[in-house]
Design a binder for this molecule. Structure first.
Ligand SMILES: Nc1ncnc2c1ncn2[C@@H]1O[C@H](COP(=O)(O)OP(=O)(O)O)[C@@H](O)[C@H]1O
Ligand SMILES: [Mg+2]
Length: 157
């Protein structure tokens, strides 16, 4: 499986990563984010949304489960399933399939639900803490990476 790992020592590094990544998902992408609370999943989504010219303030959807943004260059759907029970997560997987098709960017924060069995092509981002403001973002593609996102992201560095 193709992977790309980027150490971001500061939030500015993460911003640069988000800007590079945003350029590669102009045709749409479905992205699952994993990592502990506070790792930097929402921070990354915010920075990508800003890079895609979203005008409104991007906030965490952890209370509302879904936020959507339609003021940028592409529609963005941002889910956070933290508050759903396992059963709720199971029902939403079917709904998420619809979001995996079409020209839009969908982010899903799964928090502790390590659902590796998402049954359609998607990009996976694992975020881990190291110390202070340093974070490691690891990108891998599950299924066929038609737009070669991982390879293109590597080329940015
Ligand atoms: N290099 C970095 N990359 C991303 N976030 C960082 C970084 N350094 C510090 N942070 C901070 O870490 C916090 C991450 O929180 P958040 O993105 O809400 O986590 P999660 O959504 O994974 O629970 C934010 O307050 C963010 O500003
Ligand atoms: Mg979050």
């Amino acid at each position: 499986m193709k992977k790309f790992e980027k150490v971001c020592k500061t939030l500015d590094d993460t911003k640069e990563l988000a800007q590079n990544f945003a350029k590669l998902i102009k045709d749409g992408c479905f992205i699952n984010l994993y990592g502990e609370i506070g790792a930097g999943k929402t921070a990354f989504v915010k920075l990508v949304a800003n890079a895609l010219d979203v005008k409104e303030k991007v906030t965490s959807p952890s209370f509302v489960i879904l936020n959507e943004y339609h003021t940028g260059s592409i529609p963005i759907y941002h889910f956070d399933l933290y508050r759903l029970e396992n059963e709720g997560v199971r029902t939403i997987v079917d709904e998420l399939r619809e979001y995996s098709e079409g020209k839009q960017v969908t982010f899903v924060e799964w928090a502790e639900f390590s659902q590796d069995e998402v049954p359609f092509n998607h990009l996976q981002i694992n975020v881990t803490y190291s110390d202070d403001d340093s974070r490691i973002y690891t990108f891998s593609f599950i299924g066929e990476d038609k737009n070669n996102i991982i390879e293109e992201l590597k080329k940015c560095y």
